[in-house]
Design a protein. Structure first.
Length: 448
């Protein structure tokens, strides 16, 4: 603790109590006892004290307001950067005048993760290093800048895709927690429980990366890996799709009435099948000398169709997990106002995640349709009907994805960030349907 910390907290306390007489302060330096009744301000007057003392430009002032234990307002000021982050319950999270949203990254291999070291308790270092090794091996990188409030603000802003730390204090995380939740993310302890005003381990991120981090960090209450994380490596039904040795096995895997990639992600799976057909036609075309003039185009189409097939199978797994999270939200208790709020927030988070996934499915349906049209026009003549089937299948998948987007976002205001997904999705669907009509006209021509 430094004189700067004490002086800053004293000044902040005077201002807050003058503005809200009768409220109380929870702060690192002068008021460390956690209280939740009534109006409470949770204050970290200088988050990143060591950075400040070494003139390392990463420290902040963090203030949150809560009423009866429910976070209601937050502000984090990045002092060296001259940036201010704010949030209000139900009013969104903001960086100046820019509304914040957590990242859309769903594959941990592309995720950037924030963390903090257990520098005050050497007994935790070995355990932390084990966590670090497990997570670092499956992500694009880990960063430890040294100010937890700003780390959480970076999650809310989509710079970090996830964050974890073994133990943080209430004043480290209160403001950042509200920022992330208002930006569409999740903040919990290692059990997956939403955290309040407390000293606790923290796991945060966009819904998919948050779930992956939890899976990497916990196992029956212990911090150890439970085998392969479901999202990254595919759930059992997804594995059955990739291991199927016959069309019959593959069809049986899809037909299972389960919340899984085999039963709950029809649009993505149908589009993946369409991509596989395009891949086949392009491969046949590239292998025929008579089509030498289009060999390069056919090889490129085959490579892209293969990539689309894999991406769509990944999206099928992601969609199934979003549906599982929605089902879990529906099962939450709803007796008290706080329970109802948590249930509604989890539901909306899962619905938004599902809509975002289906937007990606719809985009890939468009790519599959474009490749299919090219193969109908210039591919192997005897396989053009197959290419046409792929286009028709992609169009059906696109309609299904578009419908899912509308259903998931039906309660979102049209002008909101997520409500704004619907109109562009309709435009993209129109493009796929135009490709479908074009193929219909081409296949209706008499055989040459």
């Amino acid at each position: 603790m430094t004189d700067v910390d004490r002086t800053a907290e004293r000044i902040i306390t005077e201002v807050l109590l003058a503005a809200e007489p009768g409220s109380r302060i929870v702060g690192e330096e002068l008021h460390p006892e956690v209280v939740t009744e009534g109006m409470v301000w949770i204050v970290d007057p200088l988050d990143g004290t060591t950075n400040f003392l070494h003139d390392f430009p990463r420290y902040a002032v963090s203030i949150a307001g809560a009423v009866d234990g429910v976070l209601a307002a937050a502000a984090i000021v990045n002092v060296p950067g001259g940036e201010t982050y704010t949030a209000s319950r139900g009013g969104g999270a903001w960086h100046g005048e820019r509304r914040l949203a957590v990242s859309a990254i769903r594959d941990p291999a592309f995720a950037l993760i924030g963390t903090g070291f257990p520098f005050t308790d050497a007994s935790q270092i070995a355990e932390y290093l084990d966590q670090f090794r497990r997570i670092a091996g499956h992500t694009s990188g880990i960063r430890r800048p040294g100010a937890a409030s700003l780390d959480l603000a970076d999650v809310a802003a989509g710079r970090f895709d996830g964050f974890w730390e073994q133990q943080l204090s209430a004043w480290d995380i209160a403001a950042g927690t509200l920022l992330i939740r208002e930006a569409g993310g999740l903040v919990t302890d290692l059990s997956g429980r939403d955290i309040g005003i407390e000293h606790t381990p923290v796991v945060a991120g966009n819904p998919t990366i948050h779930a992956w981090l939890l899976d990497m960090l916990r196992s029956d209450g212990a911090l150890s890996l439970r085998g392969k994380p479901a999202w990254r490596f595919g759930m059992s039904d997804a594995d059955s799709l990739t291991r199927a040795s016959s069309l019959d096995e593959w069809a049986r895997a899809i037909a299972r009435p389960t919340i899984s990639p085999a039963g709950g992600s029809a649009a993505a799976l149908a589009a993946a099948a369409a991509a596989a057909v395009v891949e086949m036609v392009a491969g046949l075309t590239a292998a025929r000398e008579a089509y030498a003039l289009v060999h390069e185009e056919a090889r490129a189409a085959r490579a892209r169709a293969e990539g689309l097939r894999q991406e769509l199978l990944t999206l099928a797994s992601a969609d199934a997990e979003a549906l599982q999270r929605f089902e879990q939200a529906l099962a939450l208790p709803k007796g008290s106002a706080a329970e109802r709020e948590l249930r509604e927030r989890r539901k909306r988070s899962a619905l938004r995640e599902g809509a975002d996934i289906q937007r990606d499915v719809l985009a890939r349906c468009g790519e599959v349709a474009e490749l299919g049209v090219a193969m109908v026009e210039r591919g192997l003549k005897s396989a053009r009907g197959d290419a046409g089937t792929a286009v028709f299948l992609a169009a059906g998948a696109a309609r299904s994805a578009s419908w899912a987007i509308r259903m998931n976002l039906q309660d979102e205001p049209p002008g909101s960030e997520f409500g704004g997904i619907v109109a562009p999705a309709a435009v993209r669907l129109a493009g796929v349907e135009e490709a479908e009509r074009l193929v219909g006209r081409l296949l209706d021509r008499p055989p040459e």
